[in-house]
Design a protein around this ligand. Structure first.
Ligand SMILES: *[C@@H]1O[C@H](CO)[C@@H](O)[C@H](O)[C@H]1NC(C)=O
Ligand SMILES: *[C@@H]1O[C@H](CO)[C@@H](O)[C@H](O)[C@H]1NC(C)=O
Ligand SMILES: *[C@@H]1O[C@H](CO)[C@@H](O)[C@H](O)[C@H]1NC(C)=O
Length: 401
């Protein structure tokens, strides 16, 4: 029996099993979501299997599936769409064709995928960025930072900052007729981490004179030091993003090693000296009562498993570790959280901390939403939630950028 037959048979059995995982009552796209969720769980199981058999690495298997969504740049009557490099980093540009008296706003978008998978060239992100360019008459830049584990932390951040700094040069802005006072960085999931980190770095960099006007963070990951917040517990099995897959992707980004993955799963991956940082992510202090429900805060268990990695304490992977003084310098912010999302509490805590220091934040919380819908915006998936998020995000941009 060939591997292909084996995998096919296995997928079939797993599908029959996973499809019975009940989706919460009232959740958006309930039935379609059940099918996509089962497919993702199967893909992750098969990826583990191919890795264990020495056929293909976990992330290579997942990428081979995600890459089915890659599309070429397609210009139309309204937009010129081209793939170019900014300082050797591939970007996809969406340039409105209509002649305009005024300079245009611009949006720089970072895709999700846990720093390990995904691309701005996936049809879902292409669809979102094209829509944004059309609706706002804006220049949009989709960014393809390099991916882990081949390019681990901090490369995704360095690539992202490098693209933004390149774009912010007066000569480049002039070339694309962009208004330096109307630039936003955006992203979803790990792309939201990148947008948040880039904002923190640039807004306090005295050498940057063209500051960012806005940041838009969609279901962002904002900290890696506590992996046992109420949302991690409630939604550990997904839908779409499970706690185990998130831990697997992150441990590949931060450093290779099975030990680290197991430590994150136990929430015992931080060293003793990280204790002072926990006040920045303390959900007992920052979560609104409504979300605490009957969860009981337990103090972190530190230094036990000896797998600690200094990268976790870096405010680029954990923007929530920024001090109040750093947060205070941040620009106008849009933040969207979904209820059924392990990263829900990261977003809720960021909203609370930003508001506390006086940063202007618009917060949308989708009660029936879940993580990762923006990667499933186009046929054959067409999740309604993806359109709902797209419309909320772009209408905020239209009114605020
Ligand atoms: C181009 O813009 C016009 C006016 O907004 C719109 O009606 C048309 O559908 C757009 N074309 C495409 C291909 O999106
Ligand atoms: C978290 O907050 C709770 C209540 O506000 C407090 O009792 C606890 O000591 C805090 N823990 C840390 C590590 O900051
Ligand atoms: C723990 O880490 C220290 C320093 O990195 C190392 O010397 C020691 O051998 C480790 N202990 C265990 C049990 O892995």
């Amino acid at each position: 029996m060939g591997y292909r037959t084996l995998f096919f048979a296995l997928s079939f059995i797993l599908f029959a099993y996973y499809i019975y995982i009940p989706m919460p009552e009232g959740i958006d796209d309930r039935w379609k979501l059940a099918v996509i969720d089962a497919a993702i769980k199967i893909a992750s199981n098969l990826a583990e299997l191919t890795e264990a058999m020495g056929l293909m690495k976990y992330e290579e298997f997942l990428r081979s599936i995600m890459n089915l969504q890659l599309i070429n740049p397609i210009s139309d009557e309204n937009l010129t769409v081209i793939d170019v490099d900014f300082r050797d980093i591939p970007v996809r540009l969406y340039l409105p064709k209509r002649t305009s008296e005024r300079q245009r706003p611009a949006v720089i978008y970072f895709h999700g995928g846990g720093f390990v998978i995904g691309s701005c060239k996936m049809s879902s992100y292409d669809f979102l960025n094209r829509w944004t360019a059309m609706k706002l008459d804006a220049v949009v830049v989709g960014v393809d930072h390099r991916l882990a584990p081949k390019y681990p932390f901090p490369i995704a951040f360095e690539d992202s900052i490098s693209v933004v700094k390149f774009f912010l040069q007066s000569t480049v802005l002039a070339k694309y007729k962009v208004d330096p006072a109307r630039i936003c960085v955006s992203g979803d999931s790990s792309g939201g981490t990148l947008a948040a980190a880039v904002s923190l770095m640039l807004q306090s960099d005295p050498e940057i004179k063209n500051k960012l006007k806005a940041q838009a963070l969609i279901s962002p990951g904002l900290q890696l030091i506590d992996s046992f917040m109420p949302s991690h517990q409630l939604y550990q099995h997904g839908p779409l993003l499970t706690r185990a897959v998130a831990a697997k992707l992150i441990s590949r980004f931060v450093s290779e090693g099975k030990m680290l993955y197991q430590a994150i799963m136990k929430n015992q991956h931080m060293p003793e000296e990280s204790r002072p940082l926990f006040k920045f992510v303390n959900w007992s202090t920052f979560l609104p009562e409504k979300y605490k429900k009957n969860h009981i805060y337990t103090e972190p268990i530190l230094g036990k498993l000896n797998v600690s990695n200094p990268n976790f304490m870096d405010s680029r992977v954990s923007p929530l570790l920024a001090t109040d003084a750093q947060l205070q310098k941040l620009q106008l912010t849009y933040l969207l959280t979904c209820e059924h999302d392990i990263l829900r509490d990261d977003g809720l805590i960021y909203v609370a901390r930003l508001r506390k220091v006086g940063v202007q934040v618009t917060h949308d919380h989708l009660e029936n939403g879940y993580h990762g819908a923006l990667s499933f915006a186009t046929a054959p998936f067409n999740l309604n939630l993806a359109l709902k998020i797209r419309d909320k995000y772009t209408s905020w941009l239209k009114n605020n950028l």
